[in-house]
Design a protein around this ligand. Structure first.
Ligand code: SAM
Ligand code: SF4
Length: 469
């Protein structure tokens, strides 16, 4: 596979067999000064087994997370627009030979209905997800572009979706340009596994069976002018240490070639998917403890890159991972096209395949429950998309993020967007807890920031929405 030197990764993993505590302390000190770690240093962290040292890694990861991101956590909802797919990925419920699911590509009217539902619940950021195929008569890119434009066009009262990210199959540079022109935020694509032989065994047929076409997709997206890219492995297909070093090698390539790393990293773990046998018994299942270590090591290795956790994780696990490095979480997700209006049906206990789901979820909390849980743990739920609006993306974002200067702006925007959410959508107990939190964090701001924030709060009180610094 391009960009991945398996021999180097295997040698690094073999080298770290001998544990050296002085070396580890030096690496943690470097990480705490917010410097990017080398592949060698990351390999050392991944190899730690001693519980005492694992706790040290966790502590350092929490420090880095707090220093760069503060207490804010960005919320988003995935919108599955289609489960039509030409590929046969062994682990996915949408694979072409799964005849057990109801296939569906949402029409513009259906997307409108879904987005209206999400807007009424308070959602502001969407991740549009789809299989690799389009409804008859449309090319893939035309279908994706139509969907993105539809999502942005919908308004419910004063509310609109602020940012649409897209997780779709690799495209050509020309098609990525069309996707960029539709106004997307991040283009997200997971390599699934960075281990060549495993990749080929998992992706049996269809265009996705070519690992190089997939790993080079971020390059083409950059070339087309999309500068926020999200990447990640799908944990469970191969050894987690190898996958993490593969991911970090991919990032090294992006940094060398484009002078900027990914905007976000996702760390999905395989979840059971009806009709995809392998997903029930993944070949390299990663334990909760090792998974926490992966998140902490990523936080330390690439401190300026957001880490996304999806609803694949249980509520308990997600709360633990927030302190180790996660900066974005999905809330109230459905993994079937049309799932939001069908939600009552799914909640009533219908099997996932009837709803056409990609996989089952570990966390079924509503957005309000997620907001309440974040607040109770001292995290500020954020619905902000200001960086994207103000073109603080790609290199411009990294310049701000690297020394930790984005934190002040993000904290203010998180508080403004939280107030908007509480005013418009929350129940009384969540409102009470949320306003108390806002008052608490307000006091920690610089006097000039407090003055500015007061002004924005007055705007929100007067009925203005979508305010940001
Ligand atoms: N079809 C496009 C692709 O494969 O890149 C985009 C959509 S696909 C539904 C998005 C991601 O879902 C995949 O990249 C894969 O990592 C993840 N996925 C597939 N099956 C899964 C499962 N059983 N559990 C968790 N994640 C899964
Ligand atoms: Fe299709 Fe993506 Fe699922 Fe593979 S992971 S079967 S490409 S939807």
């Amino acid at each position: 596979m391009k960009y991945i030197n398996e021999e180097r990764i295997n040698n690094l993993l073999a080298d770290t067999a001998k544990f050296d505590s002085r070396k580890l302390d030096a690496i943690l000190e470097k990480a705490k000064s917010l410097q990017r770690l080398t592949l060698e240093e990351s390999a050392v962290l991944l190899s730690v087994k001693d519980p005492e040292y694992i706790q040290k890694i966790f502590k350092a990861a929490s420090f880095v997370k707090d220093t760069i991101y503060g207490r804010r956590v960005v919320l988003f909802a995935p919108l599955y627009i289609s489960n039509l797919c030409v590929n046969k990925c062994q682990y996915c419920g949408f694979k072409s030979d799964n005849s057990g699911i109801k296939r569906k590509a949402l029409t513009a009217a259906e997307i409108t209905q879904q987005i209206q539902w999400l807007l009424k619940r308070g959602h502001k950021r969407i991740l549009a997800v789809c299989g690799e195929a389009a409804p008859a008569g449309l090319s893939n890119i035309d279908y994706y572009v139509q969907a993105v434009k539809t999502i942005y066009s919908i308004q419910v009262g004063k509310h609109r979706i602020k940012r649409v990210n897209v997780n779709c199959a690799p495209l050509s540079v020309a098609d990525f340009k069309k996707l960029k022109a539709s106004g997307i935020g991040t283009f997200q694509i997971f390599q699934e596994t960075y281990h060549d032989q495993t990749y080929r065994a998992m992706h049996v047929s269809g265009p996705k069976s070519d690992p190089d076409n997939r790993i080079t997709a971020p390059d083409r997206a950059f070339e087309a002018g999309i500068d926020d890219i999200g990447i990640g492995p799908l944990y469970g297909l191969y050894d987690w240490r190898f996958e993490t070093l593969g991911l970090l090698s991919h990032i090294e390539h992006m940094e060398q070639e484009f002078k900027v790393g990914p905007h976000t990293i996702s760390v999905p773990r395989i979840e059971p998917a009806e009709g995809a046998e392998l997903s029930f018994n993944p070949p390299y299942k990663i334990s909760d403890e090792d998974f926490k270590k992966v998140v902490a090591v990523l936080r330390l290795s690439v401190p300026y890159t957001g880490i996304i956790m999806s609803t694949r994780e249980s509520a308990l696990m997600r709360d633990a991972l927030l302190s180790l490095g996660v900066s974005q979480v999905s809330a109230e997700s459905s993994t079937s096209p049309g799932g939001y209006s069908d939600k009552r049906e799914v909640n009533a206990g219908l099997p996932a395949e009837k709803a056409g789901s990609q996989f089952s979820l570990g966390d079924n909390r509503t957005i309000e429950e997620v907001v309440a849980s974040l607040i109770s743990h001292g995290y500020i739920p954020s619905f902000c998309a200001a960086c994207y609006r103000k073109e603080r993306t790609g290199k411009a974002f990294m310049k701000l993020a690297k020394p930790g200067t984005i934190k002040g702006k993000c904290s203010m925007n998180a508080l403004i967007t939280l107030k908007e959410y509480l005013d418009d959508f929350a129940s009384t107990p969540v409102k009470d807890a949320g306003y108390k939190m806002i008052a608490h964090y307000f006091k920690q701001l610089e006097p000039a920031e407090q003055e500015m924030l007061k002004l924005f709060f007055a705007h929100v009180d007067s009925g203005l929405r979508d305010e940001y610094v």
